[in-house]
Design a binder for this molecule. Structure first.
Ligand SMILES: *Cc1c(COP(=O)(O)O)cnc(C)c1O
Length: 378
């Protein structure tokens, strides 16, 4: 069996350097590593907004919901086509998720169904408190449409940019566009801290609140005193140190992701019935975290997503169906959904392709061979 080609493996430097932490000022130097990492992320995002480093993207979403004032029984409008980590924090807050379908071009939240969901919630007597949009596989949602509606209705927008570090919408980095933004640095994301994430907020006051909540809500007293429910969500300093190193390679790795996209684009461009997830206009710039395709078996003489997935598996190449939408998940079976089958179709026909920034020419040849053999192109 040939060596495995993975979907999106972590790519580490040869050697991980542990930061120099002097005894004497241990706590100060530990904290400095975390603050340095936050500064590094803030510089990359090219923003005056505040960055809070946390132990995961999931905890960043949870804190964003708390800062947005989401409480028990509130409605939260959430993109259905996403990873469960995006929707679970709604339940952590005791709030009620209302799922919204995708639009055809970006695969992200449909502004049309967003409005329908909003007005239906209002009819049921409660104005939704927040909107969570995901930038699937690195591509932005139609942020202009979503933000314009949210502003008019005075609802907070949380950008789940976990997959979209480095992507932009109208030249603005994703995670800095909405009221709150989140990024993830888990093992399969472009930057990994071996587990971690950040929350992007507008003001220093919000950052202080987030850090307070993320460190068990300990009041500023000599003893342990708590009046608020807190969490253990702050990033570990070794993870932050790894993050600083990883950011040095980010630019290069983003360029490699574009090369991966170009590779798949040239492979599929003449195969009828297979379409890549692509930037719909010059307003959108994807980091191409994962390259993904839709396969329409009606146009491929019957070849479907599973045929390609199985052909890859036989060659020890990892590929995976797209996210299964939240409105199809048993855990959310009672939740409301507004849509017209777009995300259902994405789940049925979509496949994520190997997209690591360390994909070699040999890997690409093996991938190409599988695709050409299946679709009979030589
Ligand atoms: C990875 C991911 C998250 C969660 O990030 P963690 O750091 O693993 O908690 C949330 N949403 C989406 C869409 C993701 O892909």
């Amino acid at each position: 069996m040939e060596k495995p080609i993975y979907l999106s493996p972590p790519v580490y430097e040869d050697r991980i350097v542990i930061p120099d932490i002097k005894s004497g000022d241990v706590y100060e130097s530990i904290n400095k590593v975390i603050l340095d990492f936050e500064t590094r992320v803030q510089e990359f995002l090219d923003t005056t907004k505040q960055v809070v480093a946390l132990n995961s993207g999931t905890s960043a979403i949870h804190l964003a919901l708390i800062l947005a004032g989401v409480q028990k029984g509130d409605f939260v409008l959430c993109q259905s086509m996403t990873f469960v980590a995006c929707a679970n924090p709604i339940l952590y807050q005791g709030a009620i998720p209302v799922f919204v379908d995708s639009e055809e071009n970006t695969w992200n939240m449909s502004p049309t169904f967003l409005k329908e969901a909003y007005f239906d919630c209002c009819k049921r007597g409660k104005v939704p408190k927040a909107i969570i949009v995901t930038s699937l596989y690195g591509l932005s949602s139609n942020m202009d449409a979503i933000l314009a509606f949210a502003k008019a209705k005075n609802i907070k927008v949380i950008e789940d940019s976990a997959e979209a570090l480095g992507s932009t919408y109208r030249n603005k980095k994703l995670s800095t566009i909405g009221d709150y933004g989140i990024l993830s640095f888990n093992l399969n994301k472009i930057v990994t801290t071996g587990g971690g994430g950040v929350l992007v907020v507008n003001t220093l006051k919000e950052k202080e609140r987030a850090v307070f909540l993320a460190t068990q809500a300990k009041e500023k007293l000599s003893y342990y005193h708590h009046t608020t429910l807190g969490y253990n969500y702050r990033i570990g300093h070794l993870n932050a140190a790894l993050g600083i190193i990883q950011f040095n390679k980010l630019k290069v790795n983003l360029e490699k992701k574009i090369l991966n996209f170009n590779f798949y684009n040239s492979l599929f461009k003449n195969i009828i019935g297979v379409t890549l997830h692509e930037e719909p206009s010059a307003d959108y710039n994807s980091n191409y975290w994962l390259n993904t395709v839709l396969i329409d078996p009606l146009k491929t003489r019957g070849i479907d997503r599973e045929n390609l997935r199985n052909a890859f598996a036989k060659a020890n190449i990892e590929s995976r169906p797209l996210w299964k939408p939240m409105h199809l998940q048993p855990i959310f079976e009672k939740a409301e959904f507004y849509g017209a089958g777009v995300s259902d179709k994405l789940f049925k026909n979509g496949l994520c392709l190997p997209s690591g920034s360390n994909l070699t020419n040999d890997d690409k040849e093996r991938i190409q061979k599988v695709i050409f053999e299946l679709f009979k192109r030589f």
